[in-house]
Ligand binder design. Structure first.
Ligand code: C2E
Ligand code: CA
Ligand code: CA
Ligand code: CA
Length: 278
């Protein structure tokens, strides 16, 4: 008992004061991050499980601050959401991702779909759909090469979300449900939502080859998706055993460190058309 307590005190546990200070620091610097060019987009391939060739790239934001160093999106995206900075940041991300995908196409690479994470504030911004229309026009990217990843949490209020999703679908862009299985399961609405793809959260993929509960969950999501005509991407695939288990269960798309970590555009371009089988 005492020994355990002694051990616990050695674990670094930032005080409330330190946490507040860190948050304020992030908030203060985030305001200027876009204009100071401190944000960068990385790209992680989404591959076909059959041949491990990229069919898509997910754009993932990175923030490199000269004094604070690299700050993870897990830490600053929630702050950006709360403060509303996510709106200009998200605009920058969309622009950069579409521009880059068009560039890859112009450079003659096998065309892929570019996926962009959309946060709640952005999704419900009244100018969102219009800004996408303008963006596609400006960059010349055809809508079917763009995909928006939206979490179940964002779509929680189905009546508010549905008309926006329908507007986006009408533009011809792809919509996917991110982190599927972690939110309020909208199983009941899945048929009515105009989404074409589910991304199974990485927590269910981990040790899918040996964890019978994970296997059961993933194989039911796959069979349900087949019946509903939805595509499925398995996220967070790290081991070849996981890939094999996914193939056996008929999963067609996968993403994870096994194929590639998120990498800068210059590196990502070199992966297009290649087999990323380890
Ligand atoms: P997410 O959308 O679920 O993205 C997947 C996360 O899993 C990424 O973390 C990615 O680097 C990581 N990942 C990929 N493969 C593996 C794997 O095999 N194993 C493990 N353990 N992790 C893997 P990252 O880049 O730190 O992003 C974290 C979250 O931040 C994202 O989760 C997303 O919710 C948010 N985010 C990132 N970029 C953006 C953005 O541009 N806009 C918005 N709104 N949110 C973003
Ligand atoms: Ca995502
Ligand atoms: Ca995800
Ligand atoms: Ca996630």
């Amino acid at each position: 008992e005492a020994k355990q307590q002694g051990r616990q005190t050695q674990v670094y546990n930032p005080s409330l004061n330190e946490q507040l200070h860190r948050r304020m620091e992030i908030e203060l610097h985030l305001r200027k991050a876009v204009e100071l060019g401190q944000l960068k987009l990385y790209y992680q391939p989404i591959v076909s499980t059959a041949n491990a060739r990229p069919v898509g790239m997910e754009s993932l934001i990175r923030w490199f601050h000269p004094e604070l160093g690299a700050i993870s999106p897990g830490e600053f995206i929630p702050v950006a959401e709360e403060t509303g900075f996510i709106v200009p940041i998200g605009r920058w991300v969309l622009e950069e991702a579409c521009r880059q995908n068009k560039q890859w196409q112009q450079d003659g690479f096998t065309p892929i779909v570019i996926s962009v994470n959309i946060s709640s504030r952005q999704f419900y911004d009244p100018l969102f759909t219009e800004s996408i229309v303008n963006l596609l026009h400006r960059t010349g990217l055809e809508p079917h090469w763009l995909e928006l990843e939206i979490t179940e949490g964002v779509m929680m209020d189905i009546h508010t979300a549905l008309p926006i999703l329908k507007e986006l679908q009408a533009l011809g862009i792809n919509l996917s449900i991110d982190d599927f299985g972690t939110g309020y399961s909208s199983l009941k609405y899945l048929k009515e939502l105009p989404v074409g793809k589910l991304k199974i959260d990485q927590s269910f993929i981990k040790h899918i080859d040996s964890n019978v509960v994970h296997t059961a969950i993933v194989s039911s999501v796959l069979s349900m998706s087949r019946q509903l005509g939805l595509e499925v991407v398995a996220e967070g695939v790290e081991r070849v055993e996981e890939l094999n288990a996914l193939r056996e269960n008929g999963c067609v798309f996968a993403q994870g460190y096994l194929f590639s970590h998120p990498v800068p555009a210059e590196v990502a371009g070199k992966l297009l058309g290649e087999s990323l089988y380890p």
